[in-house]
Write a protein that binds this ligand. Structure first.
Ligand code: HEC
Ligand code: HEC
Ligand code: HEC
Ligand code: HEC
Ligand code: HEC
Ligand code: HEC
Length: 323
């Protein structure tokens, strides 16, 4: 009997420990106890190899020791864009993500088994972004407040109150993204919350055009050209058409695999069309060549420039418009 009570108490203690991890953003990111050993997983006080007393030479290098292709400290392999449950033991009990499920943010070097065709360059060397200034479609009119873009430009490695440990301040802009799956993490099913576009807008401010009719508005046009409206409700039907999933009308996603756009319960956000980390979608014919059509583009991209888009040939349009 005493043995059973002890086993029960141990099980209860274990489950409480697991649930305290769940509220702490996952992995070594936040929720630290005063006597935590977590700092030593990323910092050295006198013998650090990188700035900010990091144990790796760069922030990108540090993140990749756990989230990269070959290492195993985290189940989320952001380099190849998929989830593998066996890589880490720390959060197995609190995720509901399919083994080999494709990560919501895409992949930096591969996605859906195919080489990435564009990605955010997180090496720390790019200091300017499209539309971070007065105009859309213009690169580098204003330098990013924090310097070179890396993983910590968007995420706070010490945890935060935002969805996916996004920094509370990105590029000097305070952002707030509601957490939607803190108790059971789901890394392969879309569940965007309020504030999702605000992350992107912190660096690409002029792309956040939210007024009705902005595609024909002369006042919008002065900031670099007419622009498609963003952040309108998803269920909004346009020209009496109903939104459909890409595969219903025969559109293949990047890497040749079908992709489902989330079509209900949320607004059209930047991520409706773009993947934040990187994509393997391919652009051909009239869709190739990027903003200028010339193929001379900044960032981690190929000459055809897939601009972090989810679907081949910018096929996102037909999921809503069906012309
Ligand atoms: C998962 C890796 C990781 C862990 C764990 C971690 N840090 Fe950090 N820390 C970083 C990174 C990366 C930076 C640089 C962030 C940047 O460039 O903005 C940093 C920066 C800092 C800074 C300077 C910038 C700031 O945010 O004030 C302090 C202080 C700091 N960490 C303290 C700690 C302490 C204390 C702990 C343990 C409670 C800890 N860190 C745990 C990765 C980590
Ligand atoms: C431009 C901002 C940005 C940068 C830079 C960035 N991320 Fe992310 N990351 C996101 C967003 C947005 C999501 C949430 C995607 C979703 O859930 O729809 C995310 C999600 C994640 C996830 C959860 C898995 C997933 O794909 O949803 C991990 C892990 C992660 N990022 C790690 C990293 C690492 C490591 C780096 C650097 C190599 C990095 N991120 C750089 C914006 C960024
Ligand atoms: C010591 C290993 C380790 C390091 C180093 C590390 N992570 Fe993580 N990270 C984890 C684990 C474990 C999880 C839990 C999910 C999983 O297993 O992938 C996680 C989860 C995350 C998430 C998802 C948070 C959420 O709300 O679900 C993001 C985003 C993330 N890490 C970003 C980073 C960034 C950015 C860096 C570099 C500054 C970094 N990580 C460094 C182990 C690590
Ligand atoms: C998620 C659904 C969705 C997607 C994807 C989408 N649109 Fe739209 N589009 C809309 C809605 C809703 C409006 C009406 C906006 C408003 O209220 O002004 C609209 C408006 C427009 C307009 C009229 C603009 C104006 O104000 O005169 C054009 C042209 C257009 N879209 C083209 C495109 C193209 C090209 C693509 C692909 C790059 C695309 N759309 C992708 C939903 C979508
Ligand atoms: C309806 C789909 C759609 C939505 C929503 C969307 N984009 Fe785009 N975006 C595109 C397409 C398509 C391109 C490729 C260039 C083009 O057609 O203008 C692009 C290109 C870009 C570029 C590359 C530079 C350029 O102009 O070519 C940036 C930066 C960008 N988008 C940022 C954003 C941000 C930030 C948001 C949210 C505020 C957003 N996008 C929302 C479809 C979209
Ligand atoms: C911390 C600043 C920052 C944030 C936040 C940010 N970006 Fe970017 N973005 C950049 C920089 C810098 C570049 C140019 C260099 C590059 O391509 O990595 C860029 C480039 C892009 C491009 C063009 C890529 C290409 O090669 O054609 C697109 C599209 C884009 N961002 C979309 C987004 C979306 C969508 C979000 C939100 C999920 C976002 N960005 C959030 C800094 C940011």
């Amino acid at each position: 009997m005493i043995k059973i009570v002890i086993v029960f108490a141990a099980a209860l203690f274990f489950s409480l420990t697991i649930s305290s991890v769940a509220s702490a953003n996952g992995g070594p990111h936040g929720g630290y106890a005063p006597a935590t050993d977590a700092c030593a997983g990323c910092h050295r006080t006198h013998t650090a190899e990188g700035p900010q007393l990091l144990i790796a030479t760069s922030t990108y290098g540090l993140c990749m020791t756990c989230h990269g292709s070959t290492t195993g400290g985290a189940d989320t392999n952001v380099q190849d864009g998929y989830f593998l449950d066996s890589r880490s033991t720390s959060t197995n009990a609190i995720t509901s993500t399919a083994t080999n499920g494709y990560l919501l943010a895409g992949g930096f070097t591969m996605y859906k088994g195919t080489a990435a065709t564009s990605s955010h360059d997180v090496s720390g060397s790019v200091t300017t972004a499209w539309g971070n200034g007065a105009n859309r479609g213009v690169v580098g009119s204003l330098a990013l407040a924090r310097g070179g873009l890396d993983c910590a430009s968007c995420h706070d490695p010490h945890g935060s109150t935002n969805y996916r440990i996004m920094n509370n301040v990105v590029n000097s802009v305070t952002i707030s993204m509601a957490q939607v799956d803190e108790s059971v993490k789901d890394y392969d099913t879309e569940h965007w919350s309020t504030g999702q576009s605000d992350l992107c807008t912190a660096c690409h401010a002029t792309y956040h055009v939210t007024t009705a009719g902005s595609g024909s508005s002369a006042s919008v046009a002065t900031a670099g050209g007419y622009a498609h409206r963003i952040d309108m409700p998803y269920s909004y039907s346009f020209n009496n058409k109903t939104n459909v999933n890409p595969e219903t009308i025969g559109i293949a996603a990047g890497g040749g695999t079908t992709y489902t756009l989330p079509l209900a319960g949320t607004d059209v956000v930047c991520q409706t069309c773009h993947l934040p980390h990187g994509t393997s979608a391919t652009m051909s014919g009239l869709a190739a060549g990027g903003a200028t059509g010339s193929g001379t583009l900044p960032g981690n991209t190929t000459a055809t420039d897939s601009a972090l888009l989810r679907l081949n040939n910018r096929a996102v349009c037909e999921t809503c418009h069906q012309k």
